[in-house]
Design a binder for this molecule. Structure first.
Ligand code: Q0Z
Length: 287
């Protein structure tokens, strides 16, 4: 770590260069809500996300190449293969939420997918849909049409990324649903390895890159509670905060409740005790 050059900062993660073809992705315990990073940390959040992503990379190796090399003993650092990232986000939606719901309500379609009339907020879609987006430097990613996405990466690459994204989503959402978690939508980031092969990178199928909903509370027609961040959102709403930086400090009960939700998501999905992961993070790599 000490000799790794800092490459980039995300809202809650840092990226370092290990050498010419390896990067280190470090997940902090920072949490964002309403697009603002809060001043309070959620202990072990970065470890939960790192462990979950590594679990999914291991479980989906037969579907798709990925960048994972290993997880470090700290449980929050992923050594990965350096890729040439595609300039698009590969979003898959199985349910109508967020910008998908907004686009449906205003245009009757989402990224060129004609959808049945009369769908409600949070309804399950007849089939998962691929809705690519641009990577905004600042602010919000913007949904784009398949034609625009093809212009950015080429029609062949786009078709391949769409196919892999849908396969990954189907696998993970079926798996998670059996364990009480609805993955409403998710975002994949692909790149090319040195041989030019399409490879899954970044983090995948975590609550930060997806919408996780508690399946036992699923009730379409209204916005669904977030599996992980609902206590934080409820608290922030209750303070009257105007959602511009800086965000409020979180009280201890909100921190501990939120940490418990992250750990619960990890344990439900991996069927591994989180303490086992803390003791030896490579437990998620045995597939
Ligand atoms: C990921 C990001 C940040 C965390 C670049 N395997 C890869 N090869 C090349 N580039 C990336 C990866 Cl994962 C890559 N990001 C997003 C930014 C912290 C992740 F600051 N950017």
């Amino acid at each position: 770590m000490a000799d790794a050059a800092h490459v980039a900062s995300g809202k809650v993660r840092e990226l370092y260069a290990l050498d010419e073809d390896r990067l280190l992705l470090v997940a902090s315990d920072r949490i964002s809500t309403f697009d603002v990073v809060l001043p309070t940390l959620i202990p072990d959040k970065g470890r939960v996300l790192t462990g979950l992503a590594a679990f999914w990379f291991t479980r989906t190796r037969t579907l798709c190449l990925n960048h994972l090399l290993t997880v470090r003993p700290d449980g929050r650092s992923t050594e990965c293969r350096r890729l040439t990232m595609l300039p698009i986000e590969c979003v898959v939606r199985g349910y109508l939420a967020g910008s998908g719901w907004r686009d449906y309500r205003t245009h009757g379609e989402v990224c060129g997918h004609r959808l049945p009339a009369g769908l409600r907020e949070s309804d399950r879609l007849p089939e998962p849909i691929f809705t690519p987006a641009t990577k905004a430097q600042a602010g919000h990613d913007e949904n784009i049409s398949r034609e625009e996405a093809a212009g950015l990466v080429g029609a062949e690459r786009l078709a391949e990324a769409e196919h892999l994204s849908l396969e990954l989503y189907r696998f993970a959402s079926d798996y998670a649903r059996e364990r009480g978690i609805v993955i409403a939508d998710t975002k994949f980031e692909f790149g090319l390895d040195r041989a030019g092969r399409l490879t899954l990178g970044d983090e995948a199928l975590t609550p930060d890159s997806s919408r996780f909903w508690p399946a036992d509370q699923y009730a379409p027609g209204v916005a669904q509670p977030s599996f992980d961040k609902q206590f934080v959102r409820d608290y922030c709403e209750q303070t009257g905060w105007d959602k511009t930086p800086p965000g409020p400090e979180l009280p201890p009960d909100v921190v501990s409740g939120t940490r418990a939700r992250y750990v619960e998501a990890f344990e439900r999905l991996t069927a591994i005790a989180f303490d086992e992961y803390l003791n030896d993070p490579t437990v998620v790599l045995r597939g």
